[in-house]
Design a protein around this ligand. Structure first.
Ligand SMILES: *Cc1c(COP(=O)(O)O)cnc(C)c1O
Length: 241
């Protein structure tokens, strides 16, 4: 049995260590803080409640229907919900209504649909643009060379607040290559800031590489299995996307 509370304490200690190792030039946000986003896809609501009671209030979900089910079970908690999965056009309305953040935006059409569906009595939807930093053909995310145009267009949407960039790097055991991919993300963000965009977020780093991501400037790490253990089989198999 994995003890969620102990896992969270160990991760917090690792986060502090990585922050201490980080070069100050790698800090992209005011205050230099790092947010731990608990990635709870595949985990039953009870596990999220356990993590919440241990101090976690930000949860990342990949599958809309699964997330909506958990949101209704956990209505009594003050959770900040992040949608981190791939986004299909027909899901944008519910995503815009039920989440605080969306990390995987890589097309203007999706951003426009989220903007149009964001209820006027909610704060703007907080957005990260997903970048395909490794250039793998199978991977979602915009190419770095096309990023500036998307940034310009998404920044103009009034119901969205563009905060920064997100990536899922190519998996590798090679620490130098891990550093290099995260470093490229930091350079992309810094370059956008230099061009006048008020961005402060780098969403990068998962269970296997979050320390390296933090050293390179991550401001939000998205950690699942290191908190909750291996994911059980999908809760709602029909909701595969
Ligand atoms: C599942 C997932 C994570 C967490 O992965 P772990 O390896 O379990 O930490 C982070 N980001 C995204 C986009 C994911 O889909």
């Amino acid at each position: 049995m994995i003890e969620i509370k102990q896992q969270l304490q160990a991760i917090q200690a690792d986060i502090e260590k990585a922050i201490a190792k980080r070069d100050t030039h790698h800090v992209v946000n005011q205050g230099g803080g790092v947010t731990l986003l608990s990635v709870s896809k595949g985990q039953p609501a009870q596990k999220l409640r356990e993590a919440y009671e241990a101090g976690q209030s930000k949860f990342g979900e990949n599958y809309l229907q699964e997330a909506l089910n958990k949101q209704s079970e956990l209505q009594d908690l003050n959770i900040e919900w992040h949608f981190i999965g791939p986004i299909q056009s027909n899901k944008t309305q519910l995503i815009a209504q039920h989440f605080n953040w969306v990390h995987g935006v890589d097309r203007l059409k999706i951003a426009q649909r989220l903007n149009d569906a964001r209820p006027s009595d909610c704060l703007p939807l907080q957005i990260c643009l997903q970048v395909n930093i490794s250039g793998e053909a199978s991977k979602s995310g915009i190419a770095p060379s096309e990023l500036i145009n998307l940034v310009k267009d998404v920044s103009a949407l009034p119901r969205l607040a563009l905060r920064g960039l997100m990536t899922i790097p190519e998996p590798t055991q090679d620490a130098a290559m891990q550093h290099a991919q995260f470093r490229q993300m930091r350079e992309l963000l810094k370059n956008l800031i230099k061009q006048g965009y008020a961005l402060d977020t780098l969403s990068m780093g998962m269970s296997s590489d979050y320390q390296i991501a933090i050293e390179e400037g991550a401001t939000i790490i998205r950690v699942g299995s290191a908190i909750f253990g291996a994911r059980p089989a999908k809760i709602t198999p029909e909701d595969s996307n």
